[in-house]
Design a protein around this ligand. Sequence first.
Ligand SMILES: NC(=O)c1ccc[n+]([C@@H]2O[C@H](COP(=O)([O-])OP(=O)(O)OC[C@H]3O[C@@H](n4cnc5c(N)ncnc54)[C@H](O)[C@@H]3O)[C@@H](O)[C@H]2O)c1
Ligand SMILES: O=c1ccn([C@@H]2O[C@H](COP(=O)(O)OP(=O)(O)O[C@H]3OC[C@@H](O)[C@H](O)[C@H]3O)[C@@H](O)[C@H]2O)c(=O)[nH]1
Length: 343
Amino acid sequence: MATNGDQQATPKPPPNPSPLRNAKFFQANMRILVTGGAGFIGSHLVDKLMENEKNEVIVADNYFTGSKDNLKKWIGHPRFELIRHDVTEPLLIEVDQIYHLACPASPIFYKYNPVKTIKTNVIGTLNMLGLAKRVGARILLTSTSEVYGDPLIHPQTESYWGNVNPIGVRSCYDEGKRVAETLMFDYHRQHGIEIRIARIFNTYGPRMNIDDGRVVSNFIAQAIRDDPLTVQAPGTQTRSFCYVSDMVDGLIRLMEGDNTGPINIGNPGEFTMIELAENVKELINPKVEIIMVENTPDDPRQRKPDITKAKELLGWEPKVKLRDGLPLMEDDVRTRLGVPKNK
Ligand SMILES: NC(=O)c1ccc[n+]([C@@H]2O[C@H](COP(=O)([O-])OP(=O)(O)OC[C@H]3O[C@@H](n4cnc5c(N)ncnc54)[C@H](O)[C@@H]3O)[C@@H](O)[C@H]2O)c1
Ligand SMILES: O=c1ccn([C@@H]2O[C@H](COP(=O)(O)OP(=O)(O)O[C@H]3OC[C@@H](O)[C@H](O)[C@H]3O)[C@@H](O)[C@H]2O)c(=O)[nH]1
């Protein structure tokens, strides 16, 4: 089988880092940009980065799917800054690391304005690579398991090139992320930029938008509201769900380590959508109905990460099992919906 992920060029030395890095008037010695930091994964990443007093964190977000509410505990903190910024426009700041997450992730949202989604992935990633090049920052891209498309290899290893429809309704996202990965490697090979690529598999947890449309947030909100759980046909399609704290741990290890990736970060526990609905029903609302509804085009039929690389190269593997993570997310969704456990 052909491989694509392991080609490591001899990188040119990166440009000099920001001269401000060692300026004595700075308390912090690492200034980190998180694009998309007002979103679900981004805001948890910010929480973790802010725990380290050496870090100064800047979030750039256009609030398309994210919210200031996710960052409210940091607004006003001296080591934190929030900028309303669209990554399709250049950003001129001085940073040491860039976690580049900005991109709508829920299929409903990324299909809502597909041209904007692909611009975000292509022009947005170009702009962030341009910034990384100018200031000598290391940049991490949150790519996706969707680069494998409807995979013909199972579980998916990083060396698999994928089976993606280039002209389908999901292509703005799948192909957008594939181009973003290409840009990352081209900047690495051509300009010596220090890159990291994470291929994230389905992630869930507190702060997901309740009306986000993704399956875990849908099922939990439906169970709490006594609405039927909407399994999209045929229901035998599989996904592997990673709890957000595990994801954040994996992203930080990747950024801090020596490997460019791409590296799969996800939980290999694999469930059909019917099994997921049954778990939500049992754990959250045993009386709720499960119904079958129509699916959307190009829905991948199976997905499970091979995490051998993450284990070996990052010393990472997920700790939170689905049945432990679902109740943690339930508590958060109940609080936001204002529906206590024993209503
Ligand atoms: N959650 C998952 O299961 C999953 C899986 C694979 C990959 N990812 C990737 O992880 C990243 C974060 O996903 P998430 O689940 O937190 O999604 P999210 O929608 O909650 O967060 C995305 C954030 O990016 C912002 N954004 C979107 N377009 C922007 C633009 N043009 N300029 C500036 N900000 C913009 C949004 O406002 C939001 O705050 C995305 O890159 C996504 O592709 C997520
Ligand atoms: O109410 C629902 C919603 C979704 N589903 C099914 O659940 C599965 C997962 O769908 P989601 O919308 O949660 O997410 P997908 O796996 O399709 O895409 C996700 O993959 C990885 C990331 O890059 C993105 O966060 C997103 O694109 C699909 O098979 C879908 O058909 C349901 O059965 N019922």
